[in-house]
Design a protein around this ligand. Structure first.
Ligand SMILES: C[S@@+](CC[C@H](N)C(=O)[O-])C[C@H]1O[C@@H](n2cnc3c(N)ncnc32)[C@H](O)[C@@H]1O
Length: 393
């Protein structure tokens, strides 16, 4: 062997072992082991864990739990009993968005089936792996449950999906969507709150009077801004698809953000200009990564109509490391920016998780088509960057 410390061997092994790590985590999360251990006041025997999670025998489950404990997920004590640790706490799904939802989403049958189609999707170009596997795109799968029937006929002939989830398909799609939302929410929290300095401190949010978040999901980012010191006067406007806005209402109520602080609009930003009063700031966070350049132009044109003179349009996005940079492939929280790019590509036709220089080139091209100019790029530790565009005449 050429290298005595086996650096490359370790690298490759750690990558292909990902399949076991990911699958074993999924097993624990789908059985509800984290909730069971975290709510038990004393260690729990493997027999009891198996019984309470609906496993017919404890033999196979023990092998998984033992291995996961070796890696720090839970703790094994004497006589095949287990107790929770911080990692198990992070995997609970009964206390709001968590890493458990991320495991649930990335480990879902839907996602794995899409991953099976990845080699074919790479060879062909065009349809995404998710479309090849499921016959529809991710958002239609999740949010058009009533309108668009899941049909094996609509799938591409090479699709690798078997008759998965034939019973209760509609419920299954809704559950998947719920898990996806919580997973993306958790991912967003990880990237926002771990970076030093953070998105909330690098930008002068207190200078904004009326901020609109387009594709703002349930409003986590916006509500955090509205609660920053100095932003007591700021009004928020949230724009997203109807289903998402319905959930945003519940979330904002829980956060005690009253109607006097935030206005909700639903629609499709590619088709509608938000019917809001003029705003001085528009945010698009993790939105342009799923749009084509023509669609981005459409968004900018629609946004111009509701943006005040000299208004700001801020693209908030984490970036892929530049070519040759092997020092930033894992963020402090363990998120892998490059693989996030592969994830987006698997799901969205135009999915592109760009480097900073790719963003700058793209923004340059967009600004030749719609009257904006890049004013500043705000950097935040290893979190998202803020590309601030100024509306021009
Ligand atoms: C990747 S998520 C980002 C959510 C949030 N901004 C964040 O950073 O966590 C994209 C969001 O954009 C919304 N979205 C996608 N296409 C849209 C469109 N054409 N019009 C309005 N909202 C859209 C989705 O419903 C989703 O909430």
């Amino acid at each position: 062997m050429a290298e005595e410390n086996f650096t490359e061997e370790k690298l490759i092994s750690s990558m292909f072992c990902g399949i076991w790590k990911s699958r074993c985590l999924s097993v624990l999360v789908s059985l509800g082991v984290p909730e069971l251990l975290c709510t038990s006041s004393s260690p729990v025997s493997i027999q009891e864990i198996a019984e309470r999670t609906g496993c017919h025998t404890d033999e196979k489950l023990y092998k998984i739990m033992r291995t996961m404990a070796q890696w720090g997920i839970g703790e094994e004590l004497s006589e095949k009993s287990f107790k929770a640790n911080r990692a198990m706490e992070l995997l609970r799904r009964d206390k709001g968005p968590s890493l458990g939802h991320m495991v649930g989403y990335y480990g879902s049958d839907e996602f794995w089936t899409a991953m099976l189609a990845l080699p074919e999707a790479i060879k062909r170009g065009g349809d995404t792996a998710f479309e090849l596997a499921h016959g529809m795109n991710l958002y239609d799968y999740m949010y058009k449950v009533g309108e668009l029937e899941y049909s094996l006929d609509k799938m591409k002939p090479e699709n690798p999906a078997s008759e998965m989830g034939t019973k209760q398909r509609q419920q299954r799609r809704s559950e998947f969507a719920h898990n996806y939302d919580h997973a993306m929410n958790m991912l967003s929290q990880l990237e926002l709150h771990s970076a030093q300095p953070s998105v909330f401190t690098v930008y002068p949010w207190d200078k904004c009077n009326r901020i609109m978040d387009i594709g703002g999901g349930e409003g986590h980012f916006l509500s955090h801004i509205l609660q920053l010191p100095g932003c007591e006067h700021t009004h928020g406007v949230l724009f997203d698809f109807p289903d998402v806005i319905k959930r945003a209402k519940e979330f904002l109520a829980k956060e005690s953000i009253t109607d006097s602080r935030v206005t909700l609009f639903c629609g499709d930003i590619l088709k509608n200009v938000p019917q809001s009063k003029e705003v001085d700031t528009i945010i698009v966070k993790n939105l342009f990564v799923i749009f084509t350049e023509d669609e981005m132009v459409k968004v900018l044109e629609n946004c111009r109509q509701v943006l005040a003179k000299d208004g700001k349009f801020i693209i908030v996005n984490s970036c892929n490391p530049e070519a040759g940079d092997t020092d930033h492939n894992v963020a402090r929280t363990g998120l892998h920016p490059g693989f996030r790019g592969v994830h987006i590509m698997t799901l969205c036709k135009m999915g592109n998780f760009r480097t900073k220089s790719e963003w700058l080139h793209l923004i340059g091209r967009l600004c030749t088509r719609v009257a904006f100019q890049l004013k500043h790029v705000y950097e935040t530790g290893d979190g998202p960057k803020l590309f601030e565009l100024l509306k021009c005449d």
